[in-house]
Write a protein that binds this ligand. Sequence first.
Ligand code: 1GP
Length: 249
Amino acid sequence: LGRVESYIHEKLKREKLHFVLIDPDDVTPDVAGEIARMSEEVGVDAIMVGGSTGAEGDVLDGVVKAIKESSSLPTILFPGSHGGISRHADAIFFMSLLNSTNPFFITGSQALGAFTVKRYGIEPIPMAYLIVEPGETVGWVGDAKPIPRHKPKIAAAYALAGQYLGMRLVYLEAGSGSPKPVPSEMISLVKHVIDVPLIVGGGIRTGEQARNAVKAGADIIVTGTAIEKAGSLEKAREKLEELNKGIKG
Ligand code: 1GP
């Protein structure tokens, strides 16, 4: 395993993890750097960078650089397509949107990005990415057939298929800014069926919601909107502390 993936596995032996997602389309490099610095101080485990729209090129590079300058946390790309690759990142979730109806998001964009990842020497971490209702922007952009919230078995079947295809992480995604997080029953069933770490994100805004997702079986919680839209850096820090406490107990 690569350096970042080993770090994730080592930490998971002791605790549940909190990854903070920064969307370069939503924040300036300065704010991204501040969020990364506060995240590290509060005890967050990694920073993810990406988004469905506009998270490319100079905008992406500027934000990744600012994060690297302000914290020593692993910085992992969370790309919306092959455009979402920056040479300054440590690792990339090399993800396939398994329940997309469009092969571009399952294998096409991955093929277009593969040589870039190799050339830049970024650590690829293979991940099954599953979109659950409502799916928000990423569901629409990714041509997903979102998994119905009351059908946990469909999520579990896709998750197990992802593991059998060799993916080393499974991500259950309700969509950034979703009014509701992934249901607990779905998290529980997926966790019960797979052996690889389970990431859960989308719509987690409170410490209690984060706690519930962990109790249901999530290994890694991703939060983005709650921090980006906190209103001020001071409120963002309070939110980071609340969410981290919910996850770490
Ligand atoms: C989105 O799961 C992440 O891809 C985080 O979602 O912005 O709703 O926290 P939020």
